[in-house]
Design a protein around this ligand. Structure first.
Ligand code: CDP
Ligand code: MG
Length: 720
């Protein structure tokens, strides 16, 4: 059967007419169906066939970039076209759409950014907010904005929310009592086996053992193992491979071991969608991505250690942590369900029933309640809707502390004026697909005429991996091998090159710049990267991002940049002068302008050295004590052996201790210019809406006590 015929057999297909009727008759529809029932791939096609795309695009958002790419590819295949024709995608730094495109898969972040230019989303006739159960930050923000747009837009507009499991009553009431369609899945029985111990620290080993045991003793059927991240997955895949190789020939059937995580190249990911060779069992070792957003067919056994890697941000301290935490009961149920899609299945939980019942929370805390709200607030402020972010209609509020923290930081970055309105600079920043600090640095760099270098730093910081095998420059210089033992030590010459770059003593950002420049001078040689322990793919990604950013700046032109920098962006985007420029610019060329631009962008993440001490204290509300991360690239000390008085940092992370991550030293006299901005921030006034709330309060008081109201009613322009 072709993909086109197969899709008609998905559980969602019999509901086609009901879906179309409901969407036709309502502005908002919620569709709930089990993972794998065909929501992501089929609904857009059904609507397209029913003519919903004749007046505008059908946009389907995905919280994950990789899901948008794979799904667009799949749907294009089902519709017999190339990606970029009738079906396309748009994600950060990459897009494939054309004039023919009718269905576009895009990340929720991309849709938010598109709204800044086109707040009515006039290009779209339908928006499907997919994977609503994931409650990603951007999807949550879109809930509130699109709910209002549905009512406000004159041109017809349909909003659809799709989800695996969901509190449908809560959703329906939030979305003006919209109808909820339930698509029953074809779920087979899944037998749940709890282990007798909780594998708190040895869950990777336990998962490996369990998977092997299933392979050796259970009837055919693919195995899906959930782990928390790339490093863990690579380790498990290696151990599994070794264990299988040690088994005597013919003692078990063939086993194909496949890793699956977001940072993996698409070609490799595609392997999990290809049918396995006859008589071969597949063992897929995946992150949470396989829990709901990607469905792998053929799975009969699930191994669930009950863990997930979760990012948490504490607004009071500005501290971030990435921790492995227990999943929620909803997630555990979701994972088990993955075993019952083709026949009766089994789920092996590497934790006790007691743990499931007493230690796991019912549902996961939505991202909006545990993340930095900076970017989201900048977008909300960037929309011409005069949104009071504190009083905004959130499905679940991020809380005033997180919002005030974001307002304060955006003010420090000059994105907001004292009354909390977005400034011209803020608009320029919001137009860039970068977090506000990097965006602010770029804009500042354009003014300082050091745009090429700032672009490099922004791109290098946007790449997930620069160094291969979990080693940083410090470990490389110390000649440490990587955790997996795959890569050996660097050659003497490579270490000398790295040492020379680090000798500059200006920390991580500048080292990133030097590495990129070195690679550029090598003619972007893959060998050069490998010799220095750099991840070739990561470096290429950075190069691509740099070009994309330059392209974007060149196109945005004077809206974002001063005239003279537009020309510079154009040159970089076209790639013509890159290498010549690199030759001209020796590594010793000054980077003071770049550092100053970084200071402006990271003024919200400044730290000051403690007197006569090498520890630092953050210069935010809750001055937090922190150390430079041991992996920080060399920073030169002064004659007294003391570290620079001021540094900017990329993140404040809490692991065993509190660390400043990715650091660049700053000259004290530059910081003097910035410091006043950090003091006396009037958050009440910044939050904008507070003034209206104050006015409302005043009006209420006025109604009760008239004479005092008269005294309060000062003429306009008099400071209160
Ligand atoms: O969104 P939902 O979880 O309801 O299902 P879906 O993602 O639309 O997947 C429907 C079917 O298409 C599943 O059987 C997937 O395995 C298959 N699919 C695929 O083979 N390749 C993809 N890239 C995406 C989905
Ligand atoms: Mg889906």
């Amino acid at each position: 059967m072709t993909a086109r015929e197969l899709h008609k057999q998905l559980p969602i297909w019999p509901y086609k007419q009901r879906i179309i009727d409901t969407v036709t008759g309502n502005r908002i529809t919620v569709i709930i169906g089990e993972t794998g029932s065909g929501k992501t791939t089929q609904i857009a096609q059904m609507l397209y066939e029913a003519g919903f795309a004749s007046e505008g695009l059908i946009g389907v958002t995905q919280p994950r970039r990789v899901a948008a790419l794979t799904v667009a590819r799949r749907v294009a295949e089902e519709m017999n076209c190339e990606v970029g024709q009738e079906v396309g995608y748009r994600v950060r730094f990459e897009e494939r759409t054309s004039r023919r495109t009718r269905i576009v898969y895009l990340t929720d972040g991309t849709l938010l950014r598109e709204m800044l230019d086109d707040p009515e989303l006039s290009a779209y006739s339908v928006i499907v907010l997919d994977e609503a159960h994931e409650r990603s930050l951007n999807t949550d923000v879109l809930f509130g904005i699109l709910k209002n747009l549905v009512k406000a837009r004159k041109k017809p507009f349909k909003l659809i929310l799709t989800s695996a499991t969901l509190d449908s009553a809560k959703f329906s009431s939030y979305f003006d009592d919209c109808p909820v369609l339930n698509i029953p899945g074809r779920q087979y029985n899944v037998q749940i086996v709890h282990s007798e111990d909780n594998h708190e620290n040895d869950y990777v080993a336990a998962a490996v053992d369990t998977a092997l045991d299933i392979h050796l003793h259970q009837p055919p059927g693919d195995i899906l193992v959930f782990l928390t991240g790339q490093a863990e997955i690579d380790k498990a895949v290696k151990q599994l491979g070794e264990a299988i190789a040690e088994l005597p020939e013919g003692s078990c059937s063939d086993l194909l071991i496949l890793p699956l995580y977001a940072a993996m190249p698409l070609e490799l990911q595609a392997r999990v969608f290809a049918p396995p060779p006859e008589g071969c069992r597949r063992l897929i070792v995946a992150t949470n991505i396989a829990e709901t957003s990607i469905t792998v067919d053929g799975v009969v056994y699930v191994v669930d250690p009950g863990k997930v890697k979760q990012k948490t941000y504490t607004p009071a301290t500005g501290m971030e942590s990435l921790q492995v935490v227990p999943i929620s009961r909803v997630q555990a149920t979701q994972r088990a369900g993955r075993a019952g899609r083709v026949c009766d299945g089994k789920c092996y939980r590497l934790y006790t029933t007691g743990f499931f019942e007493n230690e796991m929370s019912e549902a996961t805390v939505p991202e909006i309640q545990r993340t930095n709200m900076l970017t989201a607030v900048l977008y909300l402020k960037g929309l011409p809707l005069d949104i009071d972010v504190l009083a905004f209609d959130y499905l679940d509020s991020p809380g005033s502390e997180a919002l005030e923290d974001a307002l304060r930081q955006l003010f420090i970055l000059d994105a907001l004026d004292r009354d909390g309105h977005i400034s011209d600079l803020g608009k320029r920043m919001a137009a860039l697909p970068l977090e506000p600090s990097l965006a602010r640095s770029l804009v500042a760099a354009a003014d300082h005429v050091c745009l090429p270098d700032a672009l490099t730093v922004a791109a290098m910081l946007s790449a997930e991996t620069i160094f291969s095998g979990n080693r940083g420059p410090v470990q490389l210089l110390r000649n440490e091998t990587d955790a997996r033992g795959k890569m050996g030590a660097l050659s003497e010459q490579a270490r000398a090159t790295l040492a020379e770059m680090m000798a500059e003593g200006l920390g991580d950002h500048i080292l990133m710049l030097r590495l990129f420049q070195g690679w550029e001078r090598s003619g972007f040689s893959p060998k050069w990267c490998k010799d220095l322990g750099l991840d070739v793919r990561g470096m290429h990604f950075a190069r691509e991002v740099r070009k994309q950013l330059a392209d974007l700046l060149a196109h945005a032109g004077p809206k974002v940049l001063p005239e003279e920098s537009v020309a510079c962006a154009k040159t970089i985007a076209s790639g013509t002068k890159d290498s010549r420029e690199a030759k001209r610019k020796r590594p010793s060329a000054g980077v003071d302008d770049l550092r100053r631009a970084l200071l402006v962008g990271f003024a919200n993440r400044l730290a000051r050295r403690m007197p006569r001490h090498n520890g630092y204290k953050t210069l935010n509300e809750r001055a937090t004590l922190a150390q430079l991360h041991p992996a920080t690239a060399r920073i030169a000390a002064d004659e007294d052996g003391l570290m620079p008085e001021f540094v900017i940092y990329y993140a404040l992370v809490a692991t065993a201790k509190v660390f400043l991550n990715k650091v660049c030293p700053m000259e004290s006299e530059w910081v003097e210019d910035v410091l006043p901005k950090l003091r006396n921030i009037d958050v009440e006034r910044l939050s904008g809406g507070v003034t209206t709330r104050k006015a409302a309060k005043r009006a209420a008081i006025a109604g009760q006590v008239t004479e005092t109201a008269a005294a309060r009613d000062l003429p306009a322009g008099v400071p209160r």
